[in-house]
Design a protein around this ligand. Structure first.
Ligand SMILES: C[S@@+](CC[C@H](N)C(=O)[O-])C[C@H]1O[C@@H](n2cnc3c(N)ncnc32)[C@H](O)[C@@H]1O
Length: 340
């Protein structure tokens, strides 16, 4: 079909929309130069914006007008700009904020840029992060404390959201000791110990989050019952705890790796301990290929989203059988496993 055939136009337009890279980079550049923040602070005139954002006025005008066209900014009078509701979202630099994620110097953009290696990931089934950035995701976080801190803050915001319910849903009064495997900076474990003063806890993770967790345990007044251990959940775990929690960590891994983590938990839990998988599962029927997140998980860490049946199948590979399921709000799901 000829390119100028009117019947083909639609497909060309749709293809252009699919492959456009200028728009995502334009939005991220605006965030990186802190243009939305400056406009929100009252710097709205082109030359003043160029000055405070250290930009070339002519180039900045082109960027701003392109993003006006895309609905990020308004040009309310000649060379005077305002934020749209979309633009306002870009000012949010909090842990889960869009501005924090989209800044070109952020972990968010660094993670998304692993998509350059998508051909490698599709050919091999392995993450491409290391081929793009020189080392795997977790080693990269180890080497970049600011990005690790951002990641931990992001995880913490989610842990603090679900922890009170995890503390209430499970019969912790029947448990003496809990180990949080890949527990991050300790938000969940600290809340469990604070809610259940008889409980003792161990957190296992990489060095940086374990150090952060120590501060969190102290802040929550549970440091005398909490221990942080720098460890690797692919290696044997300290045995003897009543419950081994794995909260939202399996999603970061392929089936082979996730089953290996569960195997380590199963070994440590032995015949009497329990393995408690904590996940926030989609509340609506969720179709992986409808979400770009699925491909981002593949390229960054080799992980994937799973449903309850998938976790049960993974656990079976680690000789674990489902004992009980606890359901909370917003898709929060606790799957309790014991030796099969
Ligand atoms: C998605 S975060 C989840 C953190 C926390 N459990 C939560 O619910 O928010 C996954 C955690 O696994 C940790 N992790 C990654 N590789 C690990 C390894 N080999 N051994 C132990 N922890 C690891 C990361 O540092 C991170 O804190």
């Amino acid at each position: 079909m000829a390119v100028d055939d009117p019947n083909s136009k639609n497909a060309h337009v749709r293809l252009d929309q699919l492959v456009d890279l200028a728009t995502p980079f334009a939005v991220r550049t605006a965030v990186t130069l802190r243009i939305p923040d400056q406009i929100a602070a009252g710097v709205r005139q082109l030359d003043e914006l160029a000055k405070v954002c250290e930009a070339d006025p002519g180039a900045l005008a082109r960027l701003l007008r392109y993003l006006v066209h895309k609905g990020v900014f308004d040009e309310v009078s000649p060379e005077v700009f305002a934020l749209t509701d979309v633009g306002e979202l870009l000012c949010d630099r909090s842990g889960g904020g869009r501005g924090a994620y989209l800044d070109m110097d952020s972990l968010g953009t660094r993670t998304d840029l692993a998509l350059i290696g998508l051909p490698h990931a599709i050919r091999t089934g392995e993450p491409s992060y290391a081929t793009v950035h020189g080392r795997d995701y977790w080693a990269d976080l180890d080497a970049r404390p600011a990005m690790r801190a951002y990641f931990d803050e992001l995880m913490l915001s989610q842990q603090l959201f679900t922890a009170p319910e995890v503390a209430a849903l499970y019969p912790w009064h029947e448990v003496g000791s809990v180990t949080d495997v890949g527990g991050g900076s300790g938000g969940l474990l600290a809340e469990l110990l604070a809610a259940h003063p008889h409980l003792r806890g161990t957190l296992i993770d990489r060095a940086e989050p374990v150090a952060t967790a120590a501060g969190r345990f102290a802040d929550r007044g549970v440091a005398d019952r909490a221990e942080g251990v720098v460890g690797d959940f692919f290696s044997p775990l300290p045995s003897g705890a009543d419950v081994y929690v794995v909260s939202r960590a399996l999603t970061d891994w392929s089936d082979r790796h996730a089953a290996a983590i569960l195997r380590r938990c199963a070994e440590a839990a032995g015949s009497t301990g329990r393995v408690l998988v904590v996940e926030v599962l989609p509340t609506e029927p969720w179709v992986p290929h409808l979400s770009p997140y699925d491909l981002t998980m593949l390229v960054s860490v080799g992980g994937r989203e799973r449903g309850v049946d998938d976790f049960v199948a993974l656990a079976a590979e680690a000789d674990l059988a489902l004992r009980k399921t606890y359901s909370g709000t917003g898709g929060l799901t606790l799957l309790e496993f014991g030796a099969a």
